[in-house]
Design a protein around this ligand. Sequence first.
Ligand code: PLP
Length: 387
Amino acid sequence: MTERTIYLDHAATTALDPRVLEAMLPYLTTEYGNASSIYTLGRHAMQAVDRAREQVAEVLHCRPTELAFVGCGSESDNLAIKGMAFAAQKKGNHIITSSIEHHAVLHTCEYLDRFGFKTTYLPVDEYARVNPDDVGRAITDQTILVSVMYANNEVGTIEPIAEIGRICRAKKVPFHVDAVQAGGAIPLDVVAANVDMLSLSAHKFYGPKGVGILYTRQGIRILPQMQGGSQERGRRAGTENIAGIVGAATALQLAQAEMEQATPRITALRDRLIESVLTIPQSRLTGHPTQRLPNNASFCFEGVEGESILLSLDMLGIAASTGSACTSGSIDPSHVLIAMGLSPAWSHGGLRLTLGKNTTEAEVDAVAAALPTIVQKVRGLGLSVGA
Ligand code: PLP
């Protein structure tokens, strides 16, 4: 066991940046007012939320009034999709999404089936890219929403969002983007990308857990999914999580300010890791070779169960992830790898290594040195899957 965890699972979550904690602390202690209260303590809370909204608006290139703070990335996706579906049900019942979305989108679309909505799940190519022309072809006079993620959470592929946005805008169909993995990692500009709704989650960019953000372009109408007070301009009832909101905005602003300097370093480390891991026999990179998140190195290994690799890495103090979900004892292959056309012999063997701003070259090299033996051992133990 190593003494310190080598944390290569930043796509799952990140540690709170100490500067973010510092910005949050007053709102967890002395500035405990309710933003709806009219006395000074309450006004301080409201001012903090207003400032946070301005900070986020500056990063996304939108108006502060177009932003709502919610409880997490999943809630932001739910609010965008259900909110639009129920607001537009008189116009049509057709939703278009991709087959590689996060379950916060896929399960929301499935849930809407029972209310008479129908969803088209677009295919992706071998690199997990959606073809924008497929979006154009799938749109009918019943289509009320297109939802495509900015970057995939398993394999890191960045989707052609601006092109899809152009097509949706030309056909006057609202376009939602789950940017939970892209937020804080690549520049986002909702205007340039013709995006109508966009979802973010603070814990992916060194902010606190339990804070999501939904951008809704002015003029786009959605129905709130939570009834109660009129917070967030009626889009999301509930007393605001002031400390969380301040933390989310501070974290996003810091990520934006430091992106230009951080990206080349992290990309070089990612590529160093990719190069060494691909020397392992029967291994391949998953996701797009160049259009991918700067911190994402994803692989699969033929005939190997990804979970077995994770357990061996964990024994060495290395935290990583697969795309697979364990359900009632059986290990399902990743829906993303399947959509990319990988056979079962490959799609069970996913491994996602996601780097962070504090990841060092020594850590990357330690993981690269450990992996060949682990994969060989897991193959030798017969913990493998057939074709
Ligand atoms: N969408 C994507 C692409 C994600 O990766 C995640 C979380 O991993 C979510 C949505 C959900 O975000 P949250 O964990 O804040 O609910």
